[in-house]
Design a protein around this ligand. Structure first.
Ligand code: KG4
Ligand code: ZN
Length: 334
């Protein structure tokens, strides 16, 4: 079969990224331009600034990606773009750019769900085998699903309130660590111990998650200690929060391993970059003799290579979009 080259575009949040991916598995070129330093000054992503920066940089990112691959847009078999979920203004920059390329170069357009992109990131270095338990843990999502094949999902559970990454970011802010909170909590926790007693988020047998109660507990604890004039042991609090937050994921995953008998597990999304989390999930998978897929750090956080990987099965089934495709700020795996 002829090789398939997909030019993929990702602009859902604060990274402008493009990649050329061959046959859904091989990264020929990848460029990621992060705006993190700019947003860090504001303590979080400012949507208006994010979309403006995407618009300013996207052409440069294309040039850079084509140069790295020594290829032209006309060499591509399709253009793929993350069109949901994310910041609407940011998504629209990538989407309109993708549509323009498709129009000018007469290429098929592939619309990719960013969350599904995080799962397919694992195909860049490995080969996902089904059935699979997929745990998507990012800034906006905490979802556990069964995947019986390409794009064949059955939802098991989701968060009832905050996403796990959101809880990491908010807890970091209240403890006093800068944006992005997740990696800073992880770093701080390395020097701390689990000495603050925080309650389990949801103590039930569903596959649902809840992180707002845990987050509120940390906020209350910090405020109470401040009022009493006590110092917070920041590293210990970071470690205690991380332990409880990760325990909850492990507990629900373990329930799914027990009930479904599935022995392939994938973790996906920005929070899967957390090494403590990776270790705990790995230990649980080992208990069940289950295979665990974890993307390498570069592919854990937002990047266009994962969009190219997720676009490939859609290319094979000719699941193309027309130029009326619109961006959607909210979306789940299904
Ligand atoms: O997938 P992602 O890059 O963007 C979204 O699609 O949301 O995920 C971003 C989230 C943020 O909440 C960030 O704090 C979290 O992933 N994150 C981490 C780590 N690295 C990123 N959380 C915990 N530990 C990390 N090392
Ligand atoms: Zn993401």
């Amino acid at each position: 079969m002829k090789d398939v080259y997909i030019l993929a575009i990702e602009s859902s949040c604060d990274e402008t990224s493009m990649a050329i991916v061959k046959n859904g598995h091989e990264v020929i070129a990848l460029t990621i331009l992060t705006q993190m330093d700019t947003h860090a000054k504001f303590g979080g992503v400012v949507p208006e600034i994010a979309s403006r920066m995407h618009a300013e940089n996207i052409t440069m990112v294309l040039e850079d990606t084509l140069k790295k691959a020594n290829m032209k847009v006309s060499d591509m078999d399709a253009i793929a773009v993350a069109y949901k979920p994310g910041l609407l203004g940011s998504l629209l920059v990538g989407l309109e750019f993708a549509k323009t390329l498709c129009f000018v170069y007469n290429k098929p357009l592939i619309g990719v769900n960013h969350l599904i992109g995080h799962i397919y990131a694992n195909n860049l270095e490995d080969n996902l085998e089904y059935p699979l338990l997929a745990l998507v843990i990012s800034g906006g999502h905490t979802e556990l699903a069964i995947m019986n094949g390409d794009y064949d999902f059955k939802m098991l559970g989701t968060t009832l309130d905050d996403a796990i990454g959101e809880a990491f970011d908010k807890v970091a802010r209240v403890i006093g660590y800068p944006y992005p909170g997740g990696p800073n909590i992880e770093k701080a926790a390395l020097n701390g111990s689990n000495t603050y007693k925080l309650p389990k988020p949801v103590d039930d047998d569903t596959y649902n998650f809840s992180y707002s109660g845990l987050k509120s507990q940390v906020i209350n604890l910090v405020n109470t200690e401040k009022m009493k004039g006590n110092e917070i042991r920041k590293e210990d609090l970071a470690c205690s929060f991380q332990t409880v937050a990760v325990d909850e994921l492990v507990r629900k995953l373990s329930l799914a391993l027990d009930n479904t008998g599935i022995r392939n597990v994938v973790i996906a999304g920005g929070v899967s970059a957390n090494k403590y989390l990776q270790g705990e999930i790995k230990k649980e998978c080992d208990k069940y003799d289950a295979k665990l897929y974890i993307p390498r750090l570069l592919y854990c956080t937002d990047n266009a290579a994962m969009i190219g990987a997720a676009a490939y099965p859609l290319y094979l089934r000719k699941d193309f979009k027309d130029l009326s495709l619109n961006a959607e700020s909210h979306a789940d795996l299904i």
